[in-house]
Design a protein around this ligand. Structure first.
Ligand SMILES: NC(=O)c1ccc[n+]([C@@H]2O[C@H](COP(=O)([O-])OP(=O)(O)OC[C@H]3O[C@@H](n4cnc5c(N)ncnc54)[C@H](O)[C@@H]3O)[C@@H](O)[C@H]2O)c1
Ligand SMILES: [Fe+2]
Length: 372
C-alpha cells in the first residue's frame, strides 16, 4: 500500500515580485488567473508572459464546457509553462491546460482518454482552502448530471506549489471562512480515512491545530484580525492538501457535490453544511476508532476539559465565525432530499469508499433531512 507522496516542490515567498524574479516568469509562460488578481498584484511586474483570465470563459466553479473552451483558446500556442494564480477554480482548470492532446474534458472524466501531462505547471493559491497545489485531483461540475466529479491522476500534480500570503489580502471574509473550513474538512476527513497513516496524520493534525487556533483568534478579535492569520492558514490548507491528497476525502464532499452541482453553492460553503452532521453520525456509529484522535485534537485546540464536548464547541465556534443557512434557503426542494441521496449513492462511490464507517441510505438521507 502506498503511504505517502509529495511530488510538487513547495516554495514560499513574501511577495509576488519575489516569486516572479525567482521563477523567471517570461515569454513562453502563460499565467492563468482572474482579472482582479492581475490588477491587484501582477500588472506592475512588467512581464513578457501572456495572461489569460478565467472570466473570459465564465463565472463560478469550472464545468467541463468551460475547461474545453479554455483548452481550445490556448491550443494554437506552444506555452512552456502554465502558471495558475487563483483559488481551486483556477488551479483545477489549469491542471487541464497542462495536459497533452485535445480530448474533451467529458472523455477524460469518463476515462475514455488518458491523462498525459505535457507542460510544466506551477500553482499559486489565492485562497486558503483546496490544497489543489499539492493534490493530483481536479474537480469539475457536470451541469447535465447536476453534480460534480473529482478526477485523479499523477498528470494532475503541479511541478511547483508556491505559497504567497500577500495574494490572500483581498480575499473577502466569507471566502476566507469557506475556503479555510474546506481545509479543516480535508484534514478531518483525511484523519479518519481508512487510508490515514502516520505520515498523513502529521499533516492533518497540524492543519487542524493551526486552523482552529486561527479561528479562535478571529472569533475573539473580530473579522479584520484575519489578516494576521493568512500566512498560517495558507500553510495549514497546504498541509491539509498534502494529507487528503494521500488519503482521499469522503462523505462530507460526496454529500456536498449535488448541492454544489445543482445550486452552484461554493465548494467550502457547501461542505460546511455537511461537516458536523457527517462526523456526528460517524461518532455515533463508531466512537472508539480514529475519530477519538479528532475529538482530542479539537479539545486540545479549543482548550476543552472533556473531549466529548468537541462537537458542540466546534459548532459554536464555526457559528460565531459564520452562521449556517438551511438547505431550503439555497432553493433545494423536499423531493431533492431523496434525489440527492440517490445521486450520492450512484455517482460518488469513489468518495464513499473513504468513509470512516459505511453510511447507508438511511444515514445519508437523515443528514440531508436534518440540514433541510
Ligand atoms: N483539486 C483539489 O484537490 C480540490 C480540492 C477541494 C476543492 N477543489 C475545487 O476547488 C474549487 C473551489 O476553490 P476555492 O475554495 O479555492 O475557491 P475559488 O477558487 O472558487 O474562489 C472563491 C471565490 O473567491 C474569489 N477569490 C479567489 N481568490 C481571491 C483573492 N485572493 N482575492 C479576492 N477574491 C478571490 C474567486 O474569484 C471566487 O469568487 C471548487 O471547484 C472545488 O470543487 C479542488
Ligand atoms: Fe474540498
Amino acid at each position: 500500500m502506498k503511504f505517502f507522496a509529495l511530488p510538487p516542490q513547495v516554495h514560499s515567498f513574501d511577495t509576488a515580485r519575489e516569486f516572479w524574479r525567482e521563477f523567471n516568469i517570461d515569454a513562453g509562460d502563460l499565467v492563468f488567473t482572474h482579472q482582479f488578481i492581475y490588477e491587484a498584484y501582477l500588472k506592475d511586474l512588467t512581464p513578457a508572459c501572456e495572461f489569460l483570465f478565467y472570466e473570459q470563459f465564465g463565472t463560478g466553479e469550472p464545468t467541463h464546457h468551460l475547461i474545453d473552451a479554455v483548452r481550445l483558446a490556448i491550443s494554437p500556442h506552444n506555452y512552456r509553462r502554465i502558471i495558475a494564480v487563483g483559488g481551486g477554480t483556477v488551479a483545477d482548470t489549469a491542471k487541464f491546460l497542462a495536459l497533452a492532446g485535445s480530448d474533451r474534458t467529458q472523455d477524460l472524466l469518463e476515462k475514455r482518454a488518458p491523462l498525459v501531462k505535457e507542460k510544466a505547471l506551477i500553482i499559486v493559491p489565492t485562497t486558503c482552502g483546496t490544497g489543489s497545489e499539492v493534490t493530483n485531483l481536479a474537480v469539475v461540475a457536470v451541469d447535465e448530471k447536476e453534480t460534480k466529479f473529482g478526477l485523479g491522476g499523477d498528470a494532475f500534480y503541479a511541478d511547483s506549489a508556491v505559497l504567497i500570503p500577500e495574494l490572500l489580502v483581498s480575499l473577502p471574509y466569507d471566502y476566507f471562512f469557506y475556503s479555510s473550513v474546506d481545509a479543516l474538512i480535508h484534514a478531518a476527513e483525511s484523519l479518519v480515512s481508512p487510508r490515514s497513516n502516520s505520515y498523513t496524520e502529521l499533516f492533518s493534525l497540524s492543519a487542524i491545530q493551526m486552523i482552529l487556533a486561527s479561528y479562535r483568534h478571529v472569533a475573539e478579535h473580530g473579522r479584520e484580525s484575519r489578516f494576521s492569520q493568512l500566512r498560517q492558514l495558507l500553510v495549514a490548507s497546504n498541509f491539509a492538501g498534502i494529507a487528503f491528497g494521500n488519503t482521499g476525502v469522503a462523505a462530507v464532499h460526496a454529500l456536498s457535490y449535488p448541492l454544489g452541482g445543482k445550486y452552484h453553492v461554493p465548494h467550502g460553503e457547501s461542505n460546511y453544511q455537511f461537516f458536523l452532521p457527517v462526523f456526528r453520525t460517524y461518532d455515533r456509529l463508531r466512537p472508539d476508532g480514529q475519530i477519538g484522535l479528532l475529538r482530542q485534537a479539537i479539545a486540545t485546540s479549543l482548550a476543552l476539559l472533556d473531549d466529548r464536548e468537541a462537537g458542540s464547541a466546534l459548532e459554536l465556534l464555526l457559528g460565531r465565525l459564520l452562521p449556517q443557512k438551511s438547505l431550503r434557503e439555497y432553493g433545494m426542494t423536499p423531493e431533492e432530499i431523496d434525489l440527492f441521496t440517490d445521486s450520492v449513492l450512484e455517482q460518488q462511490q469513489r468518495l464513499l469508499a473513504n468513509n470512516y464507517v459505511e453510511l447507508d441510505r438511511a444515514c445519508i438521507r437523515a443528514i440531508y433531512e436534518e440540514r433541510y
